[in-house]
Write a protein that binds this ligand. Sequence first.
Ligand SMILES: *[C@@H]1O[C@H](CO)[C@@H](O)[C@H](O)[C@H]1NC(C)=O
Ligand SMILES: *[C@@H]1O[C@H](CO)[C@@H](O)[C@H](O)[C@H]1NC(C)=O
Ligand SMILES: *[C@@H]1O[C@H](CO)[C@@H](O)[C@H](O)[C@H]1NC(C)=O
Ligand SMILES: *[C@@H]1O[C@H](CO)[C@@H](O)[C@H](O)[C@H]1NC(C)=O
Ligand SMILES: *[C@@H]1O[C@H](CO)[C@@H](O)[C@H](O)[C@H]1NC(C)=O
Ligand SMILES: *[C@@H]1O[C@H](CO)[C@@H](O)[C@H](O)[C@H]1NC(C)=O
Ligand SMILES: *[C@@H]1O[C@H](CO)[C@@H](O)[C@H](O)[C@H]1NC(C)=O
Ligand SMILES: *[C@@H]1O[C@H](CO)[C@@H](O)[C@H](O)[C@H]1NC(C)=O
Length: 669
Amino acid sequence: MVGFINMRAFDWKAGQLIMIALLVMVASFYTGTLFGDNSSSVYVPLSQQDVQQKQPPAANGSALASGVFTNKVDLTYRTVPLRIPETGMNICPLKYNEYIPCHDPSYIKELLPKLDLSRKEELERHCPPLSRRFFCLVPPPADYKIPIRWPTSRDYVWRSNVNHTRLAEVKGGQNWVHEKDQLWWFPGGGTHFKNGAPEYIQRLGNMTTNETGDLLSAGVFQVLDVGSGVASFSAYLLPLHIETMSFAPKDGHENQIQFALERGIGAMISALSTKQLPYPSNSFEMVHCSRCRVDWHENDGILIKEVNRLLRSNGYFVYSAPPAYRKDKEFPLIWDKLMNLTSAMCWKLIARQVQTAIWIKPENNSCLQQNALQNLISICDSKDDTTPSWKTPLRNCIAECATQNSLQSHSVSLSISRQKFLLDTIYWQDQVRHYWRLMDIEEKEVRNVMDMSAFLGGFAVALSTWPVWVMNVVPVSMNNTLSAIYDRGLIGAFHDWCEPFSTYPRSYDLLHANHLFSHYENREAGCLLEDIMLEMDRILRPQELWIEKDVKQLTSSDVVFLVHETTPLYTRAEQHRLHLQWIKVGENENNIDLLGDTLSSGVKMKASSQELEISLQSFSGIQSCIFSKTPEENRTSLVLQKEVLGYSLKRETVNVLARVADGILSVHR
Ligand SMILES: *[C@@H]1O[C@H](CO)[C@@H](O)[C@H](O)[C@H]1NC(C)=O
Ligand SMILES: *[C@@H]1O[C@H](CO)[C@@H](O)[C@H](O)[C@H]1NC(C)=O
Ligand SMILES: *[C@@H]1O[C@H](CO)[C@@H](O)[C@H](O)[C@H]1NC(C)=O
Ligand SMILES: *[C@@H]1O[C@H](CO)[C@@H](O)[C@H](O)[C@H]1NC(C)=O
Ligand SMILES: *[C@@H]1O[C@H](CO)[C@@H](O)[C@H](O)[C@H]1NC(C)=O
Ligand SMILES: *[C@@H]1O[C@H](CO)[C@@H](O)[C@H](O)[C@H]1NC(C)=O
Ligand SMILES: *[C@@H]1O[C@H](CO)[C@@H](O)[C@H](O)[C@H]1NC(C)=O
Ligand SMILES: *[C@@H]1O[C@H](CO)[C@@H](O)[C@H](O)[C@H]1NC(C)=O
């Protein structure tokens, strides 16, 4: 454990090296044009005579601001070969403004006869075949507003952006969320923490440390919140610097995860049912279930065995639900079953008080091996743990824990050295600084960030001093580096970009796509450049940003000056950004410039890779493995901004918000 903590400290300290002077930009927004009703006429260009098909939207978007756009409203399906209309991508009808391809209720309804409802298989991802995938841009709801910024968004979001009242109706009494004029208010409560998450979190700290400390001192750095609701638990763990991956299924019209994301809290749609969660083994020090509506005791405890997979040794399972405290109905029986299962898995019940029970996972395999001999539990065949958990069926067995899940052990299996980690970190600090300059936006404009191809999580580490959270996605077809990312104290998920991501439309402020298109370049249909860009458009908030970066290998030790026109992917991305009506904000063609610039303390920009390598060595005293390669690559980064066609995007002033907030507070005092 000690080595593990040190490693973290090392990374975070490195992360803090970034000292970036920000250019402050006046938030650019426009009010677009107001349309009265929500019929499809919403999208009809205001002034047809201004529409010039051959003239794409200008670089500064003024054409869009005046309501001129050519894209048609039409529900179009994906075709082979892909066909993008002359007028640019079509826009899906307004009623699809919350379209999540792999969690589409109408498609899942068709599948129902084939699904195992007793195991809630209908809550899992079910992606439609390609021919049934929409091929149009998902529009925002009619009254969509630029989201309220963090940290205010923790407590207030626009009602019009998540227009679902059911959760407030059902959970209002439990202080999850209340309705107030134009806003949703999140008082920080939950079913099992009506008095607020902070008190509950303190109690968990007391319970795990015999009343002497908090969760952090109990060794908790990363938490998995199962059935997270609106993610208030996660929001209030942030002051303790504990990172939480929250997930919940998309069920009914409650849209819990949409609320969480709108608040700026890390969350994704997922369900515990028949498949492993898309997170690596041994990743969390705590798995938390507060009324998470998972039947842990059913099916031979196969779901709680999945929790065992995800927990690190000495990790906690926190269970706040009626079986932990009620003596009526079937609850005592459920509790007995849970006790039988957990003791078979060698978990130790360390506390049971005030509606909450906490177990701890053993630190070694000695008890497990004994129980296996007595046939109380079966131990999984040792299977290569480096395969990503992606569409992997749940296993009704327990894997023996590796001796010590330190960075070291992952480094060995991934052959990533400590130095490589450090270099990756420095490299991304540099890049991030440059990106930020290119983006030219205020720090608080960005909250929800996704690194679509995260490798070692260096990008997220470089952002660690910013008020953002980062979803680190490791594509399943790449090397499995997600365990290493978790070992750095970051969170993330496996994903296959041949399919849409399990999130709501408009959930991210910034997407980072490093080597992504080139990785998928020669793949089967479903993850063509166009498919991925369309998905990026869906999950990106309007007027937010994404960064695309692609690299071409050069043959020799040429000096790096990239001619981006020669990169076919770049050209195609350029072409499609016009179809998607994205605006180019910045572009960088010359990475060596960046490097020299960044390693500011003493290293000047060098003309050749050889020189650069030498100066790096003298700079850091370590051998360079990433930088020495960089100068041989042709690299382009491109910053694009998504515009919304003809919508009225409103940015309300803080005054209005403060006034409403005052009202709420006085009502409740
Ligand atoms: C941006 O729009 C303004 C006003 O419409 C125009 O004067 C300017 O030339 C445009 N800039 C670019 C780069 O297109
Ligand atoms: C929510 O949607 C309903 C229609 O479904 C609409 O009448 C109402 O105005 C919307 N509320 C907000 C705040 O946008
Ligand atoms: C946790 O323990 C501290 C110190 O023992 C105590 O002051 C505090 O009230 C406890 N918190 C809860 C929620 O029980
Ligand atoms: C708390 O104290 C009890 C009794 O002293 C001990 O059995 C238990 O292991 C302790 N728990 C923790 C988490 O230290
Ligand atoms: C728990 O295990 C004991 C002993 O193996 C068994 O007698 C009992 O029936 C089990 N309880 C439940 C609820 O499965
Ligand atoms: C395994 O852990 C138990 C406590 O959980 C401890 O008593 C025992 O000594 C450990 N065995 C080894 C071989 O480390
Ligand atoms: C994956 O890892 C292997 C060695 O572990 C390495 O040779 C290969 O280049 C890596 N692939 C990628 C895409 O990083
Ligand atoms: C990379 O850039 C160099 C120098 O501009 C150019 O000659 C070369 O063709 C480019 N290579 C590729 C693969 O695009």
